[in-house]
Design a protein around this ligand. Structure first.
Ligand code: SF4
Length: 212
């Protein structure tokens, strides 16, 4: 089966399995999602959600983050790891949103990428979740599964994104990414993938080699 057909079959199977697959970060507005996604780098969404529960009560606007005391902000997000870098970026990001974008989280990839600490993954989360634009979101699960299934041969998120964009129908880019994340959490674990019970085994290169 050709790669494109396999990608579409995987999409179909996983959509059946996870009809509610979506971004699992908690947020109530674009700014909160932007902050939560930045905090999610090298951290689980579950932990980020614990941290943001209190964080979002304390910091409600871009002004709050831009004017925050850096060491206090570091302390507030410490549990998500890499907190010094994240705090510096979040403060810089909100300052730039205020000075360059009138206090509104931008809605284009080009503009989002000008913000400190915002890479393509964060930008695609915001674009697809908030603004309903298509975007492939490459996180650790997406990267692992796309490689195992055989849809890419790269560890580089930018290349994986490009490969998946070619294989998955555009309206389903974000949904495909969320499905891979859900499947990565439930079945295709990093250390012990449960290939024996995996419904996408027929389309997976790694699984087929393992089972043989
Ligand atoms: S068959 Fe195995 S390696 Fe392939 S997606 Fe399923 S669990 Fe992961």
């Amino acid at each position: 089966m050709r790669k494109k057909q396999r990608a579409e079959a995987v999409l179909q199977e996983l959509t059946k399995l996870y009809p509610d697959a979506k971004c699992s970060l908690d947020f109530t507005n674009p700014l909160e999602l932007l902050i939560a996604t930045q905090l999610a780098a090298q951290c689980t969404d579950a932990r980020v959600n614990i941290v943001t529960k209190e964080l979002f009560k304390k910091y409600k606007t871009c002004e709050d983050y831009a004017g925050a005391d850096l060491s206090e902000l570091e302390e507030d997000i410490k549990a998500t790891g890499f907190f010094r870098n994240k705090a510096k970026n979040i403060k810089g990001c909100c300052t730039k949103i205020l000075t360059e974008y009138g206090g509104k989280v931008p809605d284009t990839m080009e503009e989002l990428l000008t913000l400190p600490g915002v890479g393509r993954k964060t930008a695609n989360v915001v674009l697809s979740t908030i603004y309903g634009k298509p975007g492939v979101i490459v996180d650790t699960h997406c990267s692992r599964l796309a490689n195992r299934i055989g849809l890419t041969k790269s560890e580089n998120p930018d290349i994986i994104e490009r490969d998946l964009m070619k294989l998955v129908p555009k309206p389903h880019w974000a949904q495909f990414s969320h499905c891979l994340v859900f499947h990565g959490r439930e079945v295709c674990h990093a250390r012990k993938p449960k290939c024996e019970i995996c419904t996408i085994l027929p389309y997976c290169e790694f699984g087929n080699k393992k089972i043989k």
